[in-house]
Design a protein around this ligand. Structure first.
Ligand code: DMJ
Length: 600
């Protein structure tokens, strides 16, 4: 009534309408669901209804004991070749320094914003949703973002935030989860990797104690008659002592990418069982490396139940296999060059990959590029599907590191070509960000290539699905295909790190400022489209001018993507590649030195 009297009928109606609209746009206020406008308690998660009592993994007996565990190598670490460019040769003038530091600070500021909002609205949950402020718990409910981001906090110099976070790390209960199945690989790379690395940097013993808890838990996934791990694991069944058998269809990346974290845990605790568990897998793979349908590489689906890595006929360096290959040279470094098996396996597998899995994309500029595709073997014929995945962009960094560790000049060039492809794909898209999955026009071979517009059109037409336009020119316009792209199969960008990861490694290895420039272009494009009030959001369609968003921020955004962006603009001795080797979630582990007593 007061409104009516004071402003008249129409104004009063307008005020009421605005109020109603406001209430609709913030629906969570009226319910009990979390909201960015209602901070969650900063304390550990409130007591929840647990379906069963938490397991103390250290006390749950192992049924399939190993009598004589494989020990760590006992020889002294060797002096590894120099990895980083000798930056003392390079003088940076005041202007360049200023620009670089301003860029670094922008990344740091964005990280802090993400961290503070996670801390305020989603503390102790796995992830925060960066638009709604809701929370998700797909990684066991074990505070994945908190643990994954710990070492980034340290590296970026947020010591206070780091110290206050580890008080709550102690409260995480790795004996309980609401999940039916735990993804052992993800828990290993994010939780175990994150805790180990945060411990290495800070030397805070609470973190090592927590890493041991995760290790004890994960070790139970290896408790099978043939000691092969169960990668999608019935956590509760294991805790209740049910017998376990490894599965017959397992992803290569999931079974083969636990070597670094388990080895580091043995190095740090002296408990041999972790190194033993992963070394068994390595040795089996080495035995079978020449017996697969594409000798040198392993299929991306393997049979863990029969411990057989040879059955399937599909191969790739990309998703489902990726970090298994990435870990071969990295394990060589982590063991201080003491185990030649990793060098041998890496060299053989890359020889095959270079011959069969890499292809040259065709571009109007006839750029000298390479990408890694998907390979299918039918009898003696090898088919390569010319897929470009964002995830495959890690390959540039891997080849670069391998070229230095094993002195392989030809791989240095390959590293550059692979990384250039990702930089090119970022630049080619409307938003400046490459898609999750696309198909590229493939050159007939990797050495020579001449752009042919008609070939591109024909390839687009051959991939277009029936419902789509048959006229390739219209298809190219409708599907917003940049030149050289023949399909965009998945238009998302989910805040992945692989492209900046390789750009960072290329910068540290070559010292060339052009990599920093490429990094900055990537950063500005990503920031322009993904920045929200709360953090950064995954995108649904990078080919749009203003890409729609999907309200998701995986923990690797703060663990990896922001860390690599920060490091590419940092002084080169911050986490030098001569001192540290990164796990696949960008958690740095110290490389053993020849002069140290045990090397670590
Ligand atoms: C991360 O969890 C790791 O980098 C993993 O190796 C692949 N997937 C994501 C990032 O894309």
């Amino acid at each position: 009534m007061a409104l009516l009297r004071r402003y008249g009928l129409y104004t009063a109606i307008a005020v009421v309408l605005i109020y109603m609209l406001y209430s609709f746009s913030f629906p969570y206020e009226a319910t009990d669901r979390p909201s960015p406008y209602k901070p969650r308690p900063k304390k550990p998660r409130p007591e929840r209804q647990q379906a069963y009592k938490s397991f103390d993994w250290a006390k749950i007996p192992i049924k399939n004991k190993v009598d004589s565990p494989i020990p760590l190598p006992t020889t002294k670490p060797t002096q590894l070749p120099r990895i980083q460019y000798d930056f003392s040769n390079k003088k940076e003038d005041a202007t360049a320094r200023n620009i670089r530091e301003t860029r670094r600070e922008e990344v740091r500021k964005q990280f802090l914003k993400c961290w503070r909002n996670y801390r305020t609205y989603a503390w102790m949950h796995d992830e925060i949703r960066p638009i709604s402020g809701e929370v998700t718990d797909h990684f066991g409910g074990w505070a994945a973002t908190l643990i994954d981001a710990l070492d980034t906090l340290w590296i970026m110099g947020f010591e206070e935030e780091f110290n206050s976070a580890i008080e709550d790390v102690e409260m995480i209960d790795f004996g309980y989860t609401d999940l039916e199945l735990v993804n052992v690989f993800e828990t290993n790379i994010r939780h175990l990797g994150g805790l180990l690395s945060a411990y290495e940097l800070s030397k805070d013993e609470r973190l090592l104690a927590k890493a041991k808890e995760v290790g004890e838990m994960l070790y139970h996934a290896f408790d099978t008659p043939n000691h092969m791990p169960i990668t999608r694991w019935d956590f509760r069944g294991a805790g209740e002592g049910k017998p376990q058998v490894a599965h017959d269809q397992v992803l290569l990346a999931e079974i083969g990418s636990m070597t670094m974290e388990f080895t580091r845990l043995t190095q740090l605790t002296g408990d041999p069982k972790y190194y033993d568990a992963v070394t068994r897998i390595t040795r089996l793979m080495e035995e079978q490396q020449e017996k697969t349908k594409l000798a040198g590489m392993w299929p991306y689906v393997v049979n863990a139940k029969k411990a057989d890595f040879t059955e399937d006929n599909s191969f790739t360096l990309n998703s489902m296999a990726d970090s298994m290959y990435e870990y071969l040279p990295k394990m060589y470094a982590l063991l201080g060059g003491q185990d030649y098996i990793y060098q041998k396996m890496y060299e053989k597998s890359m020889e095959t990959a270079v011959e069969h899995a890499l292809f040259r994309p065709s571009t109007p500029e006839d750029a000298d590029l390479l990408a890694s595709g998907f390979v299918r073997v039918e009898g003696s014929t090898v088919f390569v599907d010319s897929v470009l995945q964002h995830l495959s962009c890690y390959t540039g960094g891997m080849f670069a590191l391998g070229s230095k560790l094993f002195d392989k000049k030809s791989h240095y060039k390959i590293a550059r070509q692979l990384t250039d492809t990702c930089v090119w794909a970022y630049k080619a898209s409307t938003s400046g960000i490459m898609p999750e999955v696309s198909h590229l026009l493939k050159c007939p071979n990797t050495t020579e290539c001449h752009w042919n517009e008609k070939e591109w059109h024909d390839a687009v037409a051959s991939l277009a699905d029936k419902s789509e336009e048959k006229d390739p020119l219209r298809n190219i316009a409708n599907l917003r295909l940049p030149s050289g792209f023949i399909a965009i199969d998945d238009r998302r960008y989910i805040l992945r790190p692989e492209a900046i990861e390789s750009v960072f490694i290329m910068y540290r290895i070559t010292g060339e400022q052009s990599w920093q420039a490429a990094a900055w272009d990537m950063w500005t494009a990503i920031q322009r489209s993904t920045d929200t009030d709360i953090g950064n959001s995954a995108l649904l369609d990078i080919s749009a001018e203003s890409p729609p968003r999907s309200d998701s921020m995986e923990s690797f955004w703060m663990a990896e993507t922001l860390k690599y962006f920060f490091l590419v603009f940092s002084d080169p001795d911050v986490i030098s590649l001569d001192d540290f080797v990164f796990n696949t979630e960008a958690h740095p582990f110290r490389i053993p030195k020849a002069e140290a007593k045990h090397g670590w």
